[in-house]
Structure formats: structure tokens, C-alpha cells
Ligand binder design. Structure first.
Ligand code: HEC
Ligand code: HEC
Length: 305
């Protein structure tokens, strides 16, 4: 009897310790000003980062063609509810004009808000986590030069339990990594540059890679195609598999990213049209590098999982 009670007490202590550990593990990670490298932010490189990482796709006003007015309001429908991309223009009240560099880096690389809450990974920081901190600093210097907007964006509409942000800390612990996704690549500077543009900035995997049950991208079938979050069909396979881009030359891929036209002269639509509007602002060499990387990664299909 006494043993049973002692065991029960022990179990209760274990539960408390486990809960405390989970609470500690799920705490939001922020960067402090003194953790930042001594780097003079360069808005010209920041503009390149802005187009390469596609912030405008979500943060311009819905239907707007002013790609540098980051008024917010685009709605992202997901199985968890509706996310609304906030105003990230330099307006100090409605946007992020009042933010410090450290707050901005914490948001983009760690998904952590200035008040310490976790952002949802609908904001693709799982990819941006792989970005060099200097590039993120340059990006802020560029965003600071843009036009402010006083647009008020309504909050997200999420169902229980997805409206509890704390649990996202465990998600981040599992899925945030600065390591490259594809390890075995030819040691070619174009392929390496393409890897950075695709895996980190371009966040191509967020749409083109299928996810596990907890919403993490599956590295074993990286870029092999995924169910379309917009509803119908699949986001295509862009590995060099016959079901993917095997028949496309590097030139075909670079041309599609520039013009939105496939080798069959179909035009790329849906959410890819937005991606092309950003990628078309890059230099030819950048789009070529993306193509070189896409031709160098393992050929896979979703069945290879
Ligand atoms: C796929 C859509 C998408 C893309 C692309 C995207 N974001 Fe966001 N972003 C969001 C969503 C959705 C949120 C809100 C997340 C939440 O409520 O937890 C957000 C939140 C933010 C916030 C927090 C704003 C605030 O007021 O708290 C910042 C800063 C931000 N994004 C910057 C960027 C930058 C910079 C880029 C490009 C490098 C970018 N985002 C690309 C969807 C996106
Ligand atoms: C927001 C989601 C999204 C992101 C991010 C995204 N794509 Fe796509 N992509 C799509 C969709 C959807 C299609 C299908 C478009 C269509 O068929 O009209 C597509 C089509 C393509 C195609 C044509 C494939 C074919 O067989 O026709 C290529 C190539 C491509 N994407 C490359 C990329 C690259 C490179 C990136 C990163 C820079 C990227 N995509 C990022 C959604 C996305």
C-alpha cells in the first residue's frame, strides 16, 4: 500500500518534471542585439533577398500589383484555419516600422514575435531559418526604404487546438534546421548557389514537398510533388524524375521562372504565378543556378517516401 502510494507520488513528480521540460523546450527562441554579427546592412543586397525569398507573394494587399507595398491581408486557407499575412510595411503603428534588427531577425529566422509568441509556420520560416543572418539584416534595410501602409489586417481564424501557439515550440524543435536538405551535391558553385536560393530563400519545398502528419516537409521525397493546398490536384514534381522535370533542360527551367512559360507553352498559374512574379526580378545567373540545383538533386516520386 505504502509502495503504491510512493509510486503514485513518484509518477506525479515525473509528470510535473515532464510538463516543465515540455514548457521549457517549447519556449520561443529570440535573437538579442548583441548576438547579431557586426555587419553593415546593405539595402541593395536586401532587394535581391526580397525577390529571391518571395515576401511579396503573401504580404502585398490581395490582388495588388504594387509588389513593394507590403500592406498585408492575403488569406491563406489551410486545414487548421485561415491565416492572414500581416502588414509588414515600415508604418510604425500598423506595420513593422518600429522593429529593431534583432526583432526582425527573430521573426524571419526563428518565427518568434517581439512579444515572445510563436508565429505559425504558414509564415515559411522553416525555410528562412536556413538563411544567412547577414542576408536577413540586408533584407530589413531594404524593407525600411519601402512605402508605409496604414492598412489594418484582421487576425487569423483558427480552430482549437491549432489556436494555441505554445505547442509550436515543439514543432520548431523538431523541424527547424540550418543544415542543407540535400547532402550529396556536385561541388559546383552554381549548384550551391541554387541550393541556397531553393532550400532557404525561395522556400520552394513549402509547396513542392509533401509533409508528414505533423506538417513537416519530408526530406526523403524533397520536391517530389505534394497535394495542392489550394484544393485540387498536385503541386508538380520538380525533381529530375520522368514524372518531374526530366525532360526539361536547365534553360527551360530558367526560362519558366523568368516568363512563366513551360516548354509546352503552358503558362504557370495558381500560386506559382506569384513565385514567377518574384523570380523574374532576379538575374539570369540566379535562375540558372536554381535550374542547375533542380537537375542535380535525387529523382524521386511521392511513392519513394
Ligand atoms: C507563404 C506566405 C508568406 C510568405 C512567403 C512570407 N510571409 Fe511573412 N507571414 C505570413 C503569415 C501567415 C504571417 C503571420 C503568422 C502568424 O500569425 O503566426 C507572417 C508574419 C510575418 C511577420 C510578423 C509580422 C507581425 O506583425 O507580427 C513578419 C515580420 C514577416 N512575416 C516577414 C516576412 C518576410 C520578410 C518575408 C520574406 C522573406 C515573408 N514574411 C514571407 C506569411 C508569409
Ligand atoms: C506557393 C506555392 C509554390 C511555391 C513557393 C513554389 N511553387 Fe513551383 N509550382 C507551384 C504550383 C501550384 C505549380 C503548378 C502551376 C501550374 O500548373 O499552373 C508549380 C509549378 C512549378 C514548375 C513547373 C513544373 C511543371 O511540371 O509544369 C516549376 C519548374 C516550379 N514550380 C519551380 C519552382 C521553384 C524553383 C520554386 C522556388 C523558387 C517554386 N516552384 C516555388 C507552387 C509553388
Amino acid at each position: 500500500m505504502r509502495i503504491a502510494r510512493a509510486l503514485l507520488a513518484l509518477a506525479a513528480v515525473a509528470v510535473v518534471i515532464a510538463a516543465a521540460a515540455l514548457f521549457w523546450l517549447s519556449r520561443p527562441v529570440s535573437v538579442a542585439a548583441e548576438d547579431l554579427p557586426g555587419h553593415q546592412p546593405d539595402p541593395a543586397n536586401g532587394e535581391f533577398v526580397f525577390w529571391a525569398s518571395g515576401c511579396a507573394s503573401c504580404h502585398i494587399a490581395p490582388g495588388s500589383d504594387q509588389r513593394t507595398l507590403l500592406a498585408g491581408g492575403v488569406e491563406l486557407e489551410t486545414p487548421y484555419g485561415v491565416f492572414r499575412a500581416p502588414n509588414i510595411s515600415p508604418d510604425p503603428e500598423h506595420g513593422i516600422g518600429g522593429w529593431s534588427m534583432a526583432q526582425f531577425v527573430s521573426a524571419v529566422k526563428y518565427g518568434t514575435a517581439p512579444d515572445g509568441h510563436h508565429y505559425y509556420p504558414a509564415f515559411p520560416y522553416a525555410s528562412y531559418h536556413k538563411m544567412r543572418v547577414e542576408d536577413v539584416m540586408d533584407l530589413k534595410a531594404f524593407l525600411d526604404t519601402l512605402e508605409p501602409s496604414d492598412n489594418d489586417v484582421a487576425g487569423n481564424v483558427l480552430s482549437f487546438p491549432y489556436n494555441i501557439r505554445r505547442g509550436l515550440g515543439l514543432w520548431k524543435l523538431r523541424y527547424l534546421s540550418e543544415d542543407p536538405v540535400v547532402e550529396d551535391l556536385p561541388d559546383d558553385p552554381a549548384v550551391r548557389h541554387g541550393q541556397y536560393l531553393v532550400e532557404a530563400m525561395g522556400h520552394c519545398g513549402e509547396c513542392h514537398t509533401a509533409r508528414d502528419g505533423a506538417g513537416g516537409m519530408l526530406p526523403s521525397i524533397w520536391l517530389a510533388g505534394a497535394p495542392n493546398p489550394e484544393g485540387e490536384g498536385m503541386v508538380p514534381n520538380i525533381t529530375p524524375h520522368p514524372q518531374g522535370l526530366a525532360d526539361w533542360s536547365e534553360g527551360d527551367i530558367a526560362y519558366a521562372l523568368e516568363t512563366g512559360l513551360t516548354p509546352e507553352f503552358d503558362s504557370l498559374g495558381g500560386s506559382m504565378a506569384e513565385v514567377v512574379r518574384n523570380q523574374s526580378r532576379l538575374a539570369d545567373d540566379d535562375r540558372r543556378a536554381i535550374a542547375a540545383y533542380l537537375k542535380a538533386i535525387p529523382a524521386r516520386t511521392p511513392e519513394d517516401r
